[in-house]
Each structure stands twice: as C-alpha cells, then as structure tokens.
Design a protein around this ligand. Structure first.
Ligand SMILES: [Ca+2]
Length: 198
C-alpha cells in the first residue's frame, strides 16, 4: 500500500509540474478579445452559429462610423439586425468602405453580411486590415462576393484564414474590414461576425 501511495504522490507531483509548465505558456495566440453578446441571427436560414453585429454594421442612424461609403435609404429585405431598420451602405464602383476598428483574434473565425450589386460582372472584395504581432499593418484578402444583383446573404467567409499566427498574443484591437467595389456599384447591410472558435 505504501508503494501505491508513493506512486500516487509522484503522479500528483508530476501533474502539478505539468500544470505549471502549461501555465507558463501563453494561451492560444490571439484569443484575448472581449467576448461580446452574440445571438443566432441567421437561425431561420439554418445557420445556428452565434454572431455579433460589426461596429455600425447595420448602417442605421443619421450618420455612419464607416468611411468610404454612404448611407442610403432601403434596408436589406431580411432585417437580420432589426425589423424597423431602413438603411444600408452604398459603395460606388472603385470605392472602398472601411469599418470602424474592432478587436479580432483567432476566436473570430467567420463573418457574413448581406450584399447586392448593380452588375453581375462586378465584384466586392473584402480585406481584413490589422497590425500584426511585429507592429506591421497587414491587409489580407479574406473574401470575394460576385453574381448578385438582388440582396443576398453571403456564405460564411473566413475572417482568420491563416492569420492566427500573425495576430498579437493579445488579439488585434485595431482590426478593420475593407469592402472594395469593382466593376459596379454595391450596397451592403447587416455585417455580422462569429466570435466563437470551433
Ligand atoms: Ca440596415
């Protein structure tokens, strides 16, 4: 029995050392942004993930905190962010609409939004801009939307594709989404971000 007890003692001490060793390493790179309230805004379409609204991502109110686009009358027909909403963001061909800063880390895997364009031949390019762990500003293409002249919810677009290792350990507090209209005018509405890693 004594040997048994000693083995248990050694095992417990070993686990304690292991726990200390694991604690000495930082948490998964970049998973440090505050957790924002999120809800299943796209559940009616079968997407049961939780999302939070990107800053100013419903484009309501008398002014917008986004730059490069202009508020325009007419909400998307799905009203994911609010049934009484009346506006969206127009982005003219050749222009880039830039979101306010938000905190992004590798726990923010996806985002979705509603978009339409003036031409089937046009494209909306989406980039993520953030300052990496070395202090260098990075702008990475994260998605392209095409072929929609009526309001359509985009598929889930990966926000953090291959970027987690570049993120500061405390997350990127200054991340921005950039929407660039090419070959036609675009409008976007209800920009939502999924804050949960899988
Ligand atoms: Ca709206």
């Amino acid at each position: 029995m004594q040997d048994h007890a000693k083995r248990h003692g050694r095992l417990a001490r070993g686990l304690a050392v292991l726990a200390l060793a694991l604690g000495a390493f930082p948490a998964t790179a970049g998973a440090a942004c505050p957790v924002l309230p999120a809800s299943k805004v796209f559940a009616s379409l079968g997407d049961t993930s939780d999302y939070f609204l990107a800053p100013g991502g419903d484009f309501e109110g008398p002014s917008t905190t986004w730059t490069g686009g202009s508020l325009t009358a007419g909400n998307d027909p799905f009203y994911f962010a609010g049934a009484s909403h009346t506006q969206s963001l127009a982005i003219t061909s050749g222009a880039t609409a830039t979101s306010p800063v938000f905190c992004a880390d590798d726990s923010h895997p996806d985002f979705r939004f509603v978009a339409r364009s003036s031409s089937l031949l046009s494209m909306l390019e989406v980039n993520l801009r953030f300052r990496d762990r070395f202090g260098v500003t990075q702008t990475w293409l994260v998605g392209k939307v095409t072929m929609t002249t009526s309001w359509r919810l985009t598929p889930r677009i990966r926000l953090m594709r291959d970027l987690a290792l570049m993120m500061p350990a405390s997350g990127a507090p200054d991340a921005q989404l950039l929407f660039s209209a090419q070959g036609g005018d675009w409008a976007i509405d209800d920009v939502f971000i999924d804050p949960y890693r899988r």
